[in-house]
Design a protein around this ligand. Structure first.
Ligand code: PLP
Length: 371
């Protein structure tokens, strides 16, 4: 008998629903009291000075580049194995994403290659906490200090993760989270920038709100800004989700352990290596087929899993192989062989808070049979 097991699912309780209804009955649907309340959950939990809620993780990254002064003519070194928004955000300001290949075990930016890719135009590094883990952030900072580079941390997949005990998102000069429904916590759409830098925080608050200053008038715009605001309904959901974060992370940890136990002796599949100094926050459960399998085998297996009611997907397609990265930036197949070999063989399996042990058994048994 077939089941239906979705790839991802949000975890919304009556408390989130009540919080939204309360906002809708209030006088402020936007620029109201729920925004600072939600931001305070982040400054408290992440032990960081500033948290700035915004309309998405992508918007947060974009504002950070502008606040960091990264733009036309500048290069930013980052990973091609990520969600496309990380490097797109660099292009929004006219800067160039310079990709370097990844570490084959951790699936993260290879910091030795990053050091080798520095040119006189390099202005910043964008380490991405891929799948709730981190690259070697000590190495990132060593490179950044030596070459006077800015460091922005894309932590959109890593809320709750830590590096040497410090919360991810706070290792870079600024860090960004995203709250699309497949992330650890959701606000439907939304994002958060965190930083200890007062000047960056001031600028990002202004950029989010049409370039206004906090004490200025509604129609005073000292600088070019955006409407990247979060609304109060979203912030109300976010506050409840943040207060539930430990519960949410524990549920995800449990499901990941169920998978890992069942797959530990499976030579045809491997999972991401987590650096010993990193505590992972589970975002997705991605397995890699061994080199013995081709991309076509992976795609066939994904089709067969879906036919059996198991939600799954490729994760991630290499960013440099998207059409406009070829036409606009000149990247080509073969440029980053480790990334390409990985992204041709990865599969995201169903992963969310509501999966039962028997769901995981069904996924693993079905997958094994297909291998
Ligand atoms: C989700 C994600 C983003 C973008 O977040 P949105 O809120 O969807 O805009 C950026 N970078 C990475 C690595 C992500 O996974």
């Amino acid at each position: 008998m077939n089941r239906e097991i979705s790839l991802s699912a949000q975890d919304i309780t009556q408390a989130e629903i009540d919080a939204v209804v309360a906002v809708m009955r209030s006088e402020r649907l936007s620029l109201g009291p729920r925004i600072p309340e939600f931001e305070a959950e982040f400054t408290k939990r992440l032990r960081v000075k500033h948290a700035i809620a915004c309309s998405s993780g992508t918007a947060g990254l974009h504002m950070c580049w502008r606040a960091l002064g990264v733009g036309r003519g500048d290069e930013v070194i980052t990973t091609p194995f990520s969600f496309i928004a990380s490097s797109n955000s660099i292009m929004f300001e006219g800067a160039k994403p310079v990709f370097v290949d990844i570490d084959p075990q951790t699936w993260q930016l290879d910091t030795a290659r990053a050091a080798a890719a520095i040119t006189p135009r390099t202005k910043a590094l964008l380490p991405v906490d891929v799948f709730g883990c981190t690259p070697d952030m000590d190495a990132i900072w060593t490179i950044a200090r030596r070459h006077h580079l800015r460091v922005l941390e894309d932590s959109c997949e890593a809320l709750g993760a830590t590096y040497q005990g410090r919360p991810c998102g706070t290792i870079g000069e600024a860090g960004v989270f995203g709250f699309y429904p497949n992330k650890q916590m959701t606000t439907g759409e939304g994002g958060m920038v965190v930083t200890n830098d007062d000047d960056l925080a001031f600028l990002i608050r202004s950029f989010r709100n049409q370039g206004r200053d906090p004490e200025g008038g509604w129609l005073a715009h000292p600088r070019l800004g955006f409407n990247y605001r979060m609304n109060d309904m979203q912030a109300a959901i976010g506050t409840v989700q943040m207060r539930r974060l430990d519960e949410i992370l524990a549920k995800r940890d449990r499901v990941a352990r169920l998978y890992l136990e069942r797959l530990k002796d499976e030579p045809r599949l491997s999972t991401q290596r987590v650096l010993p100094q990193t505590h992972i926050s589970w975002f997705v459960f991605v397995v890699r087929l061994s080199d013995h399998y081709a991309q076509s085998d992976r795609d066939r297996i994904l089709g067969q899993l879906r036919a059996k009611g198991i939600g799954c997907n490729v994760y991630f397609p290499a960013i440099h192989l998207q059409p406009f990265y070829h036409t606009d930036l000149g990247y080509n197949p073969g440029d980053f062989p480790i990334t390409e070999a990985l992204s041709q063989r990865t599969m995201a399996l169903p992963f969310h808070n509501h999966l039962t042990e028997s769901d995981v058994d069904y996924v693993v048994t079905t997958l094994r049979a297909l291998l």
